[in-house]
Design a protein around this ligand. Structure first.
Ligand SMILES: NCC(=O)N[C@@H](Cc1c[nH]cn1)C(=O)O
Ligand code: ZN
Ligand code: ZN
Length: 514
């Protein structure tokens, strides 16, 4: 049998100091036309690259920070921006699902949760149906944090071939990527090989509050007939090798509030005379974790699943070094030097991070204030087999015990702000196989299978409620700086990420089974 060969042009993949060496400018990948008949879609993605960068620029301009109540109108504005784009491209049945008011703790009791954007492209019963999930909200960012350029303006660095902005990699870039893939199929004259349903939320960075209920509610309605869920909201481990991800840690986020004086006070007048809430809080926060990363709350480590020999072996072949970690953190501050230990502590052990103190003096200068009420924020990344409710009880009991030992006249309350479960799945299924083929086609290398230290709270809910597999198909690199200053997405990752998404839809459509 003769097989016609097509050439799919794959953009430059940059390898820095690596052994992979798969790179070449405009690398040509030979693929059978019977196997991948959409070479024209790839060409269209290349052709429309300037427009796709432009669309991303418009999206990141909207400061959709879900954690900042005052910016909630901006989150809603971004939802409407997405609706406009979906209409332009030809999605149908576009719905903004409202989730009601945000539960406490919250300043404004009437604060509305941002809407979830649902839409469809195609509804052919002969085709498989894929739900793509992403989030349009972002972490806070301000130029004063140390950004090189304004965080809510897309800066295209022509020399480094990257795009810098809050949301560029987490998660506005991948969300806009899905739109672009559909546009590229359409404009190159092809039907999409699957029915696509989009589910984009605006509260992911704040624990996906309200989304669980919507998924339960719509499982047999909007999401009926879903064969697989694909999420592009995480990152490669390093900077060169693509990965597919089959596990996430969960995240339980807490605040400890300590209050006493009726108002902020002058430390010259009241210092040494009254009990200072900040002094108490520092001691409570300081009792949670030590400088080696050990969680000091009794009972937490006992819940962690023991490491089996089989699991330990999974870490052997992963392409990751201490240098990758140092490059991503911009430092040499790792608590572990061995790559296997680093990955285990990122993926399969819990961690406790201290995030900040609301209500405390935090600006430049030397204000001599005694804050009257402070909220210490911290979170625990959870792993199998930790029980979320049991963890909450242990955390609250620990904080109460430490505070009571201080014999302070102030009051102390620790509460859960939000939680999201960990998730782990078997990557030997049709969806992962399709994504693996797509990755090989685009990057010429088979992806590593990884877990992730971060959290996407809704993942387990999708799996359980839609009774489908979930695939994590990352677009960006490990050094993208998500949640950090100078967040970026390399242009090659944007373009090749879209090609991988496009090819995944095809390989999943033609594969046998779900
Ligand atoms: N790209 C995923 C991501 O950044 N997820 C957040 C989710 C979260 C949980 N609680 C607050 N945010 C993460 O921090 O992992
Ligand atoms: Zn994200
Ligand atoms: Zn994030």
């Amino acid at each position: 049998m003769s097989v016609r060969l097509t050439l799919a042009t794959v953009s430059k993949v940059i390898r820095v100091g690596s052994s992979l060496n798969l790179v070449s400018q405009n690398r040509k990948i030979m693929s059978s036309a019977a196997e991948f008949p959409y070479g024209k879609v790839f060409a269209k993605i290349d052709e429309l690259k300037p427009q796709f960068i432009d669309t991303l620029g418009k999206a990141v301009k909207i400061p959709a920070v879900s954690g900042d109540e005052s910016l909630r109108p901006m989150v809603v504005r971004k939802a409407h921006f997405l609706v406009g784009e979906l209409q332009r491209i030809g999605f149908t049945d576009i719905q903004l699902k409202h989730l009601g008011t945000q539960p406490p703790p919250v300043e404004d009791e009437n604060l509305q949760l941002p809407p979830v954007v649902l839409s469809r492209y195609g509804n052919d019963p002969k085709k498989k149906t894929i739900v793509v999930y992403g989030h349009y909200d972002v972490q806070p960012a301000s130029f004063e944090d140390g950004w090189d350029t304004e965080p809510f303006e897309l800066y295209v660095d022509e020399e480094k071939q990257l795009m810098r902005a809050r949301g560029s990699t987490d998660d506005t870039g991948p969300v806009i990527g899905w739109f672009n893939v559909v546009q590229a199929y359409k404009e190159s004259g092809f039907e999409l090989p699957v029915n696509l349903i989009t589910c984009f939320e605006g509260m992911e960075e704040s624990g996906s509050i309200g989304l669980d209920g919507l998924i339960v509610e719509e499982a047999d309605k909007y999401f009926k007939g879903t064969d697989a869920v694909c999420i592009s909201d995480n990152y490669w481990l390093g900077t060169t090798k693509p990965v597919l991800t089959y596990g996430l840690r969960g995240c339980n986020y807490y605040q400890t509030t300590i209050e006493g004086p009726g108002a902020d006070l002058h430390s010259g007048i009241f210092g040494g005379i009254i009990a200072e809430p900040m002094v108490d809080l520092v001691q409570v926060l300081g009792s949670l974790v030590d400088s080696k990363g050990k969680i000091l709350i009794d009972g937490v480590d006992d819940m962690v699943a023991p490491l089996t020999e089989k699991e330990a072996k999974l870490y052997d072949g992963i392409d990751f070094t201490l240098d990758d970690l140092n490059a991503a953190s911009g430092s040499d501050t790792s608590l572990y030097k061995n790559p296997k230990d680093i990955l285990m502590h990122r993926w399969r052990y819990p961690s406790l991070s201290l995030h900040g103190v609301e209500g405390a003096f935090s600006s430049q200068g030397a204000k001599t204030v005694v804050p009257a009420k402070v909220h210490g924020k911290f979170s625990i990344r959870t792993v199998p087999d930790m029980d979320s409710e049991k963890l909450n009880k242990l955390v609250i009991a620990h904080c109460d015990k430490v505070f009571s030992k201080l014999e302070s006249p102030n009051t102390c309350k620790t509460e859960l702000i939000h939680d999201g479960d960990y998730w782990i799945s078997d990557p030997n299924n049709t969806s992962f196989t399709a994504a693996s083929k797509a990755t090989e086609l685009v990057y010429g290398v088979s992806p590593d299978l990884t877990r992730e230290g971060g959290s996407i709270p809704i993942t387990l809910t999708f799996e359980q409620q839609l009774k489908t597999s979930v695939l994590l198909l990352p677009m960006g690199r490990g050094d993208d700086g998500a949640h950090s200053v100078n967040e970026k997405l390399d242009i090659s990752n944007y373009v090749n990420g879209m090609k991988t998404m496009a090819a995944y839809l095809h390989y999943y459509a033609v594969a046998e089974g779900k």
